[in-house]
Design a protein around this ligand. Structure first.
Ligand code: HMG
Ligand code: MG
Length: 309
């Protein structure tokens, strides 16, 4: 079984870091990720720089990557909140956009300054025009397992809104545990319903690892037959408009677990670990990925002389 990974570190990761990376360093990171086998790469966001200053320069980044040899096999995407964002995406020839809606009213207002219904009206026009221009569209749905402002979220609401994103023209929906509250039992319950509604090819899971349950949630999803996940190099990330949201599950940690389980991805773990080390230097801080810190396991039973006793 092959597992699809969408690398979102350059968007979801960097959007919540205080330390802002230059566009050149972001491009270098993107090239390293492509070199490590990343085939689905969210490069940035065409959102207001007043709202998310870290994403300024996304257009330059996408423009530099689209058509460059290093990204020949990479599906590049960027977040688009409205028609203005789509204009930018079209200008720099982004092949794929991602729209982002919320399962709760409070987060919709905090994040994109409009109600859920207003956002769906706005997105319907964006998706229609994007599809006409031959762009593919991913949909995100946030706060699917619990909301920072409203607490519990009804599964029926998540299912209904996810189905509407597909009807609108999205080819997949990324189901967000934006604040990292989900547990495996809840994932099994909601995941089974999502699979029935959307089917496995249209269902992606997007877990933040705020409370350490992301890998367990991925395992629960895999057991259901879900094989598409979002992750972030080094576990960078969060959402500036969701208090307490921390990083996405780290790409290295996911790939390590999948490899050990005999599941295939396109990604090269050693190259990811190397990218992690390079990125820590650029971010000037230790990043949360566990495998990034510990490295690849050596053969069981063999202890290297450098290991602590
Ligand atoms: P608004 O203030 O309601 O919009 O913001 P507006 O139309 O009144 O415009 C306000 C200003 O923004 C104007 O500039 C516009 O020109 C400008 P001014 O006249 O003040 O100089 N503007 C733009 N600039 C650049 N690009 C644009 C754009 N649109 C308007 N596309 C808006 C509405 C949606 C723009 C704003 O709320 C926004 O940018 N929000 C983005 C929030 C965001 O990026 N959040 C993080 C991503 S979501 C996430 O992380 C969750 C996810 O990972 C899944 C999960 O974990 O659950 C996806
Ligand atoms: Mg997210």
């Amino acid at each position: 079984m092959k597992v699809k990974i969408t690398e979102v570190g350059l968007r979801d990761g960097l959007q919540n870091e205080k330390f802002v990376l230059s566009t050149d360093v972001r491009l270098e990171l993107a090239k390293r990720l492509a070199g490590a086998g990343v085939r689905r790469l969210e490069l940035g966001a065409f959102v207001s720089p007043k709202w998310v200053p870290q994403m300024a320069g996304s257009a330059d980044l996408v423009k530099a990557a689209v058509g460059a040899a290093e990204f020949r096999d990479v599906q590049i995407s960027a977040l688009v909140p409205n028609e203005r964002g789509l204009d930018e995406a079209l200008q720099v020839r982004a092949p794929r956009i991602a729209i982002f809606a919320s399962a709760t009213e409070s987060f919709s207002l905090k994040n994109i300054n409009c109600s859920i219904e207003e956002s769906f009206t706005r997105y319907a026009a964006v998706v229609k025009r994007a599809r006409r221009q031959k762009l593919s569209v991913r949909g995100y749905l946030s706060m699917c397992f619990g909301c920072a402002f409203e607490g519990e979220v009804k599964e029926s609401v998540v299912i209904r809104l996810a189905a509407r994103l597909i009807e609108m023209g999205c080819d997949e929906v990324s189901i967000g545990d934006t604040i990292g509250v989900a547990d495996p039992k809840q994932v099994r319950r909601l995941g089974a319903k999502l699979l029935r509604e959307l089917g496995p090819r249209r269902t992606t899971m997007h877990f933040h690892d705020t409370r350490g349950t992301a890998l367990a949630n991925i395992l629960a999803s895999l057991d259901l037959g879900i094989t598409s996940f979002d992750s972030s190099i080094a576990g960078l990330g969060g959402c500036p408009y969701a208090p307490s949201a921390t990083g996405n599950v780290a790409t290295e940690d996911v790939v390590y677990m999948l490899e050990r389980m005999g599941l295939k991805t396109d990604l090269n773990l050693d190259a990811l670990i190397e990218t992690n080390r390079w990125l820590q230097g650029k971010m000037k801080r230790e990043l949360p990925s566990k495998v990034g810190r510990a490295g690849r396991a050596h053969p069981l039973g063999v202890v290297r002389s450098s290991d602590p006793s």
